[in-house]
Design a protein around this ligand. Structure first.
Ligand code: ADP
Length: 490
């Protein structure tokens, strides 16, 4: 087994800051750029080209050309798969550098970033394998006809991703899109463009033809909105905030684009008294504090059965106090900074609101240090279902503890939210586990585990947590159009 690294990862060199259009690295049409920051220090890392509508238009035209003419349009499906395998190999080869770049720009700990790189490789390989397995059907129609279906790419897809898992979100979107033969214009999050740009370089090295993958850095209201409005874009795949999804859905209506959304959550994590307590404490901790709570699946509503409530919160608070916060590039660090000043301020605002509304602040609640955007692991006890900290997605290391008494009660309360992304239950009772899994309204349910997400399994939300599914075969559905061909016989 490989030994865990103990030395600080070296600060990576930023190699690419431009836009990728038609396999060329170019400055923005209007020459604009914006700063990208290191959230651990608040310092500027680099200036990055800032795309706007004119750049989006060029990228969409390039993606259209690649879709309709040129090598990609006639490439054997198996060869598309081979390109994805090559890209996966390159990510594997450069995993340490990419992980360090991710930690530098996004603030996640180096160990979490390395975990993300494994996820990126797995995703690209998984979808590489799909390329020559996307099949149509023959259908027994009435009359003297032969009917069959073809599964064809949706076309030029616009992909808009967030800052919390920059490369993993990229892989979840590139993998299924490319394996099905689509072409891409992607807008990385304005906070974290650097790793995507490095992957653009690796995609060229892997051999993806010009126009298949385009990258436009920039802001949501300009570059993002231009991508959504562009009549040459056939589909928008979006991961981000629910309020942004509402804007995108309205704007996409003008051209009736296909849309898929992976949005936020306020996920219930339910601990019964009969659970393995050591596992449940560790699991509840991981559920909320993984990546400083900056996960759409964060277990931010922690329901604890009253019989074990006191003991459980005490153990959780003890653990929170020992968490090592600091430099994301140091392998012993357990929690890095939040991604930005804006996110840190939002979290601290919710901490204030929780106290004002009468919840008990058990531990944490403060900014950590005076440099960078760190927040202490925070626990609110005795939270009521209608408090803001129990209803809104905070996207930070803040958990709301909600005591409960029975299964029916907790299922009803777990479902009393506009979200429905994930849910978890900790119990040794198989009946409770299955009843909960069946009745909770969430796209993913974990039993005695948390945050287990794999390229092979569908991922997405019920209700306002999204539309459509990523990963697994489900994503293939969303990146293909079904065409029925009917032939008269005799
Ligand atoms: P977050 O709160 O995670 O930053 P956002 O929804 O604001 O969530 O951002 C997710 C992605 O959506 C980012 O790439 C951002 O630039 C983009 N985005 C924001 N506003 C818009 C918009 N109006 N149209 C298209 N994309 C947008």
């Amino acid at each position: 087994m490989a030994q865990a690294a103990t030395a600080r990862a070296s600060t990576p060199k930023v190699q690419q800051t431009k836009l990728l259009i038609d396999n060329q690295w170019v400055e923005a049409a209007d020459g604009k750029s914006f700063s990208t920051y290191n959230p651990a220090t608040g310092e500027v890392i680099a200036q990055v080209a800032e795309g706007s509508a004119a750049d989006v238009d060029k990228a969409v035209k390039s993606a259209r050309r690649a879709l309709e003419s040129g090598p990609w349009s006639t490439m054997d499906a198996a060869d598309r798969g081979r390109l994805l395998y090559k890209l996966a190999d390159l990510v594997e080869k450069h995993a340490n550098e990419l992980a360090a770049l991710e930690s530098l720009n996004c603030g996640k700990t180096i160990s979490d970033s390395k975990g993300d790189m494994e996820g990126v490789v797995n995703t690209l390989r998984y979808y590489g394998g799909w390329a020559d397995k996307v099949e149509g059907r023959t259908i027994p129609v009435r009359g003297s006809f032969l009917s069959y279906t073809l599964r064809q790419p949706v076309g030029v897809v616009g992909q808009i991703i967030p800052w919390n898992f920059p490369l993993l979100m990229l892989a979840w979107k590139w993998g299924p899109a490319l394996t099905c033969g689509n072409t891409i214009v992607m807008k990385p999050a304005e906070q974290t463009p650097l790793s995507a740009l490095r992957l653009g370089e690796l995609a060229i090295e892997a051999g993806f033809p010009a126009g298949v993958i385009n990258l436009i850095n920039g802001f949501g209201e300009t570059a993002g909105a231009a991508l959504v409005a562009h009549p040459g874009v056939d589909k928008i795949a979006f991961t981000g905030h629910v309020d942004t999804a509402k804007i995108i859905q309205k704007q996409a209506a003008d051209t009736l684009k296909r849309t898929t959304f992976e949005l936020g959550g306020k996920s219930p994590n339910v601990v019964f008294a009969d659970a393995d307590m050591d596992a449940a404490v560790a699991g509840a901790f991981h559920a909320i504090y993984f990546h400083g709570g900056q996960c759409c699946t964060a277990g931010s509503r922690l329901f604890i059965e009253k019989k074990v409530h006191q003991e459980f919160v005490e153990r959780l608070a003890e653990k929170a106090k020992t968490r090592k916060i600091g430099d994301p590039l140091d392998p012993s660090t357990q929690q890095g900074p939040q991604v930005s000043q804006e996110q840190m301020d939002k979290i601290l605002h919710y901490v204030e609101l929780g106290q004002k509304q009468g919840a008990t602040l058990l531990t944490g609640g403060e900014r950590f240090g005076d440099r960078g955007f760190f927040v202490e692991p925070t626990i609110f006890d005795n939270v009521k279902d209608d408090m803001a900290i129990a209803r809104d997605e905070i996207f930070g290391p803040v958990v709301s503890v909600l005591p409960f008494s029975g299964v029916d009660e907790v299922v009803a309360r777990a479902n009393d939210t506009t979200y429905g992304l994930a849910a978890a239950i900790w119990t040794k009772d198989i009946d409770k586990a299955h009843l909960f899994a069946k009745n909770v309204k969430a796209g993913t349910v974990w039993v005695n585990c948390y945050h287990v997400v794999d390229a092979t399994t569908p991922f997405g939300g019920f209700k306002m947590s999204g539309q459509g599914r990523e990963n697994g075969e489900a994503a293939i559905e969303h990146y293909t159009e079904t065409k029925t061909v009917t032939i008269k016989l005799g």
